[in-house]
Design a protein around this ligand. Structure first.
Ligand code: ZN
Length: 354
């Protein structure tokens, strides 16, 4: 059904089956460290692979595993949905490391694993560069190392990191993103340096998953108020797996308050509404909007160019092949399924993609 639109899937997740899988991509010192520390089977993703939401039930093998090789992505998503291009966002959890040197080594290895075991095996695939944000200089060096490969089309961080994302310590990353025409992808998830809510640690998955919305709100406010969008007008930020329903009300509050106290942040020279419309994009899985509210949401965002299609494979967001959320206006589907992604990710037009 979707294939005619040549859809671009902006959020799929290859699962790294333990640290041992990085063995060929680590230097001898870190290979030894994996053995010495006994962490070969360590899985540092926010949610364990056996957690029901991590991989949809019918996409698991008898041991409950899946999503660890390109053949599964082809059979379960690309071929079934008729996907033209898919962007791999690996959530391997390097952001959680407290040892900066280990984070840098693992980020490099994960990126090389993605390149060799996914990108090289299917011409429909593109990927995000995983960053070791524990060390900004090394994070920029990782962008520089991989930017010559046009199949890397985005830079990826988690929404809950060490510090608010708009802080100036992160700006060298934004500068490198603009230099190489790489959007900054911000995915749901935490480095667990802080509680997942502003009022403390959560007890349940439900609480934590829903709390990502707070983190996306704070991240958006940080990027705007610190002046990151003004300093880098060409920077595009993509919120991945953020949901969308939270944005209009939060933006209304932010823009209204900005009108009253903008003397405090004179570098924010446009309404947050305008900044968001020009520089922020959102993926539509999960799409947390009742069908009857969709037209109103699109009107409130004033942004038919803001939404990007994503399946979020292999996360359990939909049943069967119903990867397109219901209620999206037919007239906008060419934009949401393809054209918005081409505008957001200029590097998709480079390389092998005609
Ligand atoms: Zn996702």
């Amino acid at each position: 059904m979707l294939a005619a639109a040549r859809p671009i899937d902006c959020d799929v997740h290859p699962w790294l089956p333990g640290t041992a899988a990085l063995h060929p991509y680590l230097d001898p010192f870190w290979r030894d460290q994996v053995v010495e520390r006994g962490i070969g089977s360590l899985d540092t993703q926010s949610w364990p692979v056996l957690s029901p939401k991590s991989i949809r039930a019918d996409w698991r093998d008898a041991k409950g595993r899946g999503a660890d090789r390109v053949e599964l992505l082809r059979a379960q998503s690309l071929d079934r949905l008729g996907t033209d291009t898919a962007i791999l966002n690996c959530l391997a959890g390097v952001q959680i490391q407290l040892n900066q040197d280990m984070a840098v080594a693992f980020a490099r290895a994960v990126n090389d694993w993605i390149r060799a075991e996914w990108l090289d095996r299917d011409p429909r695939l593109r990927a995000s560069i995983i960053l070791p944000t524990q060390n900004i200089e090394a994070a920029v060096a990782e962008i520089e190392r991989l930017a010559p490969d046009p199949r890397f089309v985005q830079v990826l961080v988690l929404v809950m990191g060490e510090n608010p994302l708009g802080k100036r310590t992160h700006w060298p990353i934004f500068e490198a993103c603009v230099r190489h025409r790489l959007p900054l992808g911000v995915h749901a998830g935490s480095a667990y340096r802080h509680p997942q809510t502003s009022v403390g640690w959560t007890s349940w998955y439900l609480e934590e998953y829903a709390a990502n919305q707070q983190a996306f709100q704070s991240t958006l406010a940080s990027l705007i108020t610190e002046g990151a969008f003004t300093k880098f007008p060409e920077l595009r930020v993509v919120f991945l797996e953020s949901g969308v329903s939270w944005l209009p009300s939060f933006l209304w509050r932010l823009s209204k308050t900005w009108k009253g106290v903008r003397f405090e942040v004179p570098w924010v020279d446009r309404s947050p509404f305008e900044i968001v419309r020009d520089q922020l994009r959102l993926t539509v899985q999960p799409f947390d909007v009742p069908t009857e509210m969709v037209p109103r949401l699109l009107d409130q965002l004033r942004g038919e160019r803001m939404l990007l299609w994503a399946s979020d494979w292999p996360h359990w967001q939909y049943e069967g092949d119903a990867a397109l959320p219901p209620g999206l206006p037919e007239a906008l589907l060419p934009r949401i399924l393809r054209e918005n992604a081409l505008e957001t990710y200029p590097r998709l037009l480079q390389g092998a993609m005609a």
